[in-house]
Design a binder for this molecule. Structure first.
Ligand code: SF4
Length: 76
Protein backbone atom coordinates (compact mmCIF):
# COMPACT_ATOMS: atom_id res chain seq x y z
CA UNK A 1 0.00 0.00 0.00
CA UNK A 2 0.93 3.63 -0.34
CA UNK A 3 0.91 5.92 2.69
CA UNK A 4 0.18 9.64 3.08
CA UNK A 5 2.65 11.32 5.44
CA UNK A 6 2.84 14.59 7.37
CA UNK A 7 3.90 16.62 4.33
CA UNK A 8 0.20 16.55 3.42
CA UNK A 9 -0.90 18.40 6.55
CA UNK A 10 -2.88 21.49 5.58
CA UNK A 11 -1.98 20.81 1.95
CA UNK A 12 -4.79 18.74 0.50
CA UNK A 13 -4.15 19.57 -3.12
CA UNK A 14 -6.40 16.67 -4.07
CA UNK A 15 -4.45 15.86 -7.24
CA UNK A 16 -3.90 12.36 -5.87
CA UNK A 17 -7.61 11.86 -5.23
CA UNK A 18 -8.40 12.58 -8.86
CA UNK A 19 -5.97 10.04 -10.28
CA UNK A 20 -6.61 7.14 -7.90
CA UNK A 21 -8.39 4.40 -9.89
CA UNK A 22 -10.03 2.87 -6.82
CA UNK A 23 -10.99 6.04 -4.90
CA UNK A 24 -9.22 4.99 -1.75
CA UNK A 25 -8.36 8.47 -0.48
CA UNK A 26 -10.25 9.78 2.53
CA UNK A 27 -10.23 12.96 4.61
CA UNK A 28 -8.23 12.68 7.82
CA UNK A 29 -8.19 15.29 10.58
CA UNK A 30 -5.90 17.73 8.80
CA UNK A 31 -4.59 15.67 5.92
CA UNK A 32 -5.68 13.10 3.39
CA UNK A 33 -5.21 9.39 4.04
CA UNK A 34 -5.16 6.21 1.96
CA UNK A 35 -7.17 3.16 2.98
CA UNK A 36 -4.49 0.44 3.04
CA UNK A 37 -6.95 -2.34 2.35
CA UNK A 38 -8.36 -0.62 -0.74
CA UNK A 39 -5.08 0.64 -2.25
CA UNK A 40 -4.01 -1.58 -5.14
CA UNK A 41 -0.41 -0.32 -5.10
CA UNK A 42 -0.59 1.13 -8.60
CA UNK A 43 1.62 4.07 -7.66
CA UNK A 44 -0.01 6.67 -9.92
CA UNK A 45 -0.70 9.02 -7.00
CA UNK A 46 2.91 9.29 -5.87
CA UNK A 47 4.22 11.60 -8.63
CA UNK A 48 0.99 13.64 -8.58
CA UNK A 49 1.52 14.86 -5.02
CA UNK A 50 3.06 18.36 -5.07
CA UNK A 51 4.13 17.98 -1.43
CA UNK A 52 5.75 14.58 -2.03
CA UNK A 53 3.71 13.31 0.89
CA UNK A 54 2.85 9.93 -0.60
CA UNK A 55 5.31 7.08 -0.10
CA UNK A 56 5.22 3.31 -0.59
CA UNK A 57 5.04 1.45 2.73
CA UNK A 58 8.21 -0.40 1.79
CA UNK A 59 10.13 2.69 2.93
CA UNK A 60 11.33 2.52 6.49
CA UNK A 61 9.96 4.55 9.40
CA UNK A 62 6.41 4.83 8.13
CA UNK A 63 4.72 2.76 10.87
CA UNK A 64 3.21 5.81 12.54
CA UNK A 65 1.77 7.15 9.30
CA UNK A 66 0.48 3.78 8.23
CA UNK A 67 -1.44 3.73 11.51
CA UNK A 68 -2.84 7.22 10.87
CA UNK A 69 -3.92 6.24 7.34
CA UNK A 70 -5.52 3.09 8.67
CA UNK A 71 -7.34 4.84 11.49
CA UNK A 72 -8.85 7.71 9.53
CA UNK A 73 -9.82 5.71 6.48
CA UNK A 74 -11.52 3.06 8.61
CA UNK A 75 -14.08 5.52 9.95
CA UNK A 76 -15.85 5.69 6.59
FE1 SF4 B 1 -4.83 4.90 -5.26
FE2 SF4 B 1 -2.90 3.73 -6.69
FE3 SF4 B 1 -2.27 5.66 -4.95
FE4 SF4 B 1 -3.08 3.27 -4.05
S1 SF4 B 1 -1.19 3.70 -5.19
S2 SF4 B 1 -3.75 5.28 -3.32
S3 SF4 B 1 -4.59 2.69 -5.63
S4 SF4 B 1 -3.51 5.89 -6.81
Amino acid sequence: TYVVTDACIRCKYMDCVEVCPVDCFYEGENMLVINPSECIDCGVCEPECPAEAILPDTESGLEKWLEVNNKFSAEW
